[in-house]
Design a protein around this ligand. Structure first.
Ligand SMILES: Cc1cc2nc3c(=O)[nH]c(=O)nc-3n(C[C@H](O)[C@H](O)[C@H](O)COP(=O)(O)OP(=O)(O)OC[C@H]3O[C@@H](n4cnc5c(N)ncnc54)[C@H](O)[C@@H]3O)c2cc1C
Ligand code: FES
Length: 252
C-alpha cells in the first residue's frame, strides 16, 4: 500500500497545560476521510522516525491533534508556529467502530482523552464520557466534551476535581445502561475496563498505544499479543491492525 505524505498548514495552536498542546492542521481532503480513532504520523524536523499522534477532532477542514511533550520530538513539535507547515502521513490505522444510535461509554485516561473527542461526537447525546486525570491541573477538553455529550464525568486520582478515584468507579454504575464501551489510556486502565465490560457482557473496543517506528506495517516494531479465533496466542501490529482492538482479543 502506498502512503502519501502531505504538508499541512498549522492554522491554530494553543497550550492547554504546562506540557499539553492543541494544534489544528488544515487539509480538506484528509479531513474528509479521517475517521474517529485513527492517527497521523508526524515528521519532526531533525528526527528520522515520525511520531504517531491520534486524531482528536475533525472540524472545518482541519485535523486537530492534542499531544503531551514526552521527549525531544514532541518538544520540537510544540515549537511549530502558526503559518508553518507540518508534514504528516494520514489517516492511519483502524479506528473505533461506532454506532451513533447506541448508548456508548467513551473513556479516556490522561493523554488517552484526546482521541475520544471525535469518537464520542459521533454518538452526541448517546455518549456518556468518563475522563480520568492525575489531578485538576491535568484536566483537558472538558468543555469540548460537554458541548455535545449526554453526560460527562471527570475523575482525578487525588480528588482535586470531579470524582476522587479511577474511571472504573463510575463505569461500574453507568455500564448497566450501556450498549458499548470505547476506551483509550494506560494499559492497566484498559485491562480493568475490559474486565468490567466482560463481566457485564458489554462489547468493548480499546485503543492501544505502542512504541512505533514506521507506523505503516513495514517494520514489525509495534507487535501486540492477541488471541486468534481458536484462542491461540499470536501477534498483530498496532499501527496496521489497530490501534483499536476488540478488548477480548488483547492479551494483557
Ligand atoms: C497510535 C498512537 C497514538 C498516539 N496518540 C497520542 C496523542 O494523541 N497524544 C499524545 O500526546 N501522544 C500520543 N501518542 C504517544 C506519542 O506518539 C509519543 O509520546 C511520542 O512519539 C513521543 O515522541 P518524543 O520524540 O517526544 O519522545 P521520545 O521518547 O524521545 O521518542 C523516541 C522514539 O520513541 C517513540 N515513542 C516514544 N514514546 C512513544 C509512545 N508512547 N508511542 C509510540 N511511540 C513512542 C517516538 O515516536 C520516537 O520514535 C500516541 C502513540 C501511538 C502509538
Ligand atoms: S510501527 Fe512498523 S510495523 Fe508498526
Amino acid at each position: 500500500m502506498k502512503f502519501d505524505a502531505q504538508d499541512c498548514e498549522l492554522v491554530f495552536k494553543k497550550q492547554l497545560t504546562n506540557t499539553i498542546y492543541d494544534l489544528r492542521l488544515k487539509n480538506k481532503s484528509l479531513a474528509e476521510i479521517t475517521k474517529p480513532g485513527q492517527f497521523v504520523q508526524i515528521l519532526v524536523p531533525s528526527k528520522t522516525l515520525r511520531r504517531p499522534i491520534s486524531v482528536c477532532d475533525v472540524e472545518n477542514d482541519t485535523i486537530r491533534l492534542v499531544f503531551e511533550i514526552r521527549g525531544e520530538g514532541t518538544q520540537i513539535l510544540s515549537e511549530t508556529k502558526v503559518g508553518e507547515f507540518i508534514n504528516i502521513i494520514a489517516p492511519l490505522g483502524n479506528g473505533f467502530d461506532i454506532a451513533p444510535d447506541k448508548k456508548t461509554i467513551f473513556i479516556g485516561g490522561g493523554i488517552g482523552v484526546p482521541p475520544m473527542l471525535y469518537s464520542a461526537k459521533q454518538c452526541g447525546k448517546n455518549a456518556t464520557v468518563i475522563n480520568g486525570f492525575r489531578n485538576q491541573k491535568a484536566v483537558i477538553l472538558e468543555e469540548d466534551f460537554k458541548s455535545f455529550a449526554g453526560n460527562v464525568i471527570i475523575t482525578t486520582d487525588d480528588g482535586s476535581y470531579g470524582i476522587h478515584g479511577f474511571v472504573t468507579q463510575p463505569l461500574q454504575e453507568y455500564i448497566k445502561n450501556a450498549d458499548m464501551v470505547c476506551a483509550c489510556g494506560p494499559m492497566p486502565m484498559l485491562k480493568n475496563i475490559s474486565k468490567i465490560a466482560k463481566e457485564n457482557n458489554i462489547p468493548c473496543q480499546i485503543s492501544l498505544e505502542q512504541r512505533m517506528a514506521c507506523g505503516v506495517g513495514a517494520c514489525l516494531g509495534c507487535a501486540v499479543a492477541v488471541l486468534d479465533e481458536n484462542g491461540s496466542q499470536t501477534y498483530k501490529h498496532v499501527c496496521k491492525d489497530g490501534p483499536v482492538f476488540n478488548s477480548e482479543e488483547v492479551v494483557f
